[in-house]
Design a protein around this ligand. Structure first.
Ligand SMILES: C[S@@+](CC[C@H](N)C(=O)[O-])C[C@H]1O[C@@H](n2cnc3c(N)ncnc32)[C@H](O)[C@@H]1O
Length: 262
């Protein structure tokens, strides 16, 4: 039963997140210094076993944490300038009330020429409350990182649109009424409508599973929107914040076709 539940809660985002982190880790030479910024339980730590891997997290959410190397706000990381060769920054930016301040700090602690892997949702329900502030469009990602001084190497959809569909269907399956008493103000109609809800919940669960599975088989991104974007950004080799004109920058937000490894 447990494994059936796991199969039915198939999550293509987790698969894609692991893929992009694994590819990023493989590109990193042995003994490079890596920061997992907002590491939480540090799910990608094993991928970086060949590096000097450190974590930073403020550990304020009521959940399980792996003990952090630095217990701190990402707006103020207690290390020298240019300590890290690489940074991973997964699923954190939506939780930062002042993302500009944290990006300036990540820029400071990254070596010139160093790279940062970013992933964060465009659409996802509220989570890690009350530390959940924003959702980022591709334009916001480009704008904020460029203003902080980074240059873009990659900026792409993380999943395809089928994963977005699968996610919304699974949410509906979880969140539709579970008891007739939850359907207020419709009197005795609730006894007719509640069985409809039960049927729809079952169908949405099944369809959610189907679209999630389909996303892993088929990179569909001709229409729709992704659940997450990911980007690899670089701190320029001269270590300077480039003085780009924000209006011209907005014209260059072109997402390349996805090249995820299978
Ligand atoms: C959704 S979790 C992501 C954890 C991990 N990166 C992952 O991919 O599984 C967001 C993490 O960011 C951390 N976080 C949120 N706001 C922070 C802040 N201002 N400074 C440091 N860490 C923060 C939270 O404690 C949490 O562990």
């Amino acid at each position: 039963m447990g494994s059936l539940r796991r199969l039915l809660s198939l999550n293509p985002s987790r698969v894609r997140l692991r893929e992009v982190n694994a590819a990023f880790a493989r590109s990193i030479p042995n003994d490079a210094c890596v920061l997992d910024a907002g590491a939480g339980e540090a799910p990608y730590r094993p991928l970086f076993a060949h590096t000097k891997y450190e974590t930073a997290d403020f550990e304020q959410v009521d959940k399980r944490y792996t003990p952090s190397t630095y217990v701190c706000d990402l707006a103020d990381i207690p290390v020298d300038d240019a300590r890290f060769d690489y940074i991973i920054f997964n699923q954190v930016m939506e939780h930062l009330p002042e993302p500009r301040t944290a990006l300036a700090e990540l820029f400071r602690v990254l070596k010139p020429g160093g790279k940062l892997l970013y992933t964060a949702p465009l659409c996802y329900q509220e989570h890690e409350r009350p530390y959940d502030f924003y959702r980022y469009t591709r334009y916001a990602v480009k704008h904020l990182f460029t203003q902080a001084g980074f240059e873009f190497e990659t900026h792409e959809w993380l999943e395809g649109y089928f994963a977005t569909v699968g996610y919304h269907l699974s949410c509906m399956a979880q969140m539709l009424p579970r008891r007739p008493s939850e359907m207020r103000q419709i009197g005795i109609w609730k006894w007719v409508l509640f069985p409809v809800m039960v049927f729809l919940r079952f169908m949405f669960k099944l369809l959610g599973f189907f679209f999630s599975w389909l996303d892993l088989k088929c990179d569909y991104d001709a229409r729709g929107y992704p659940k997450n974007y990911y980007a690899i950004v670089i701190k320029p080799a001269d270590g300077q914040v480039s003085q780009s004109d924000p209006s011209s920058m907005m014209e260059h937000v072109v997402l390349k076709p996805r090249k995820l490894e299978k």
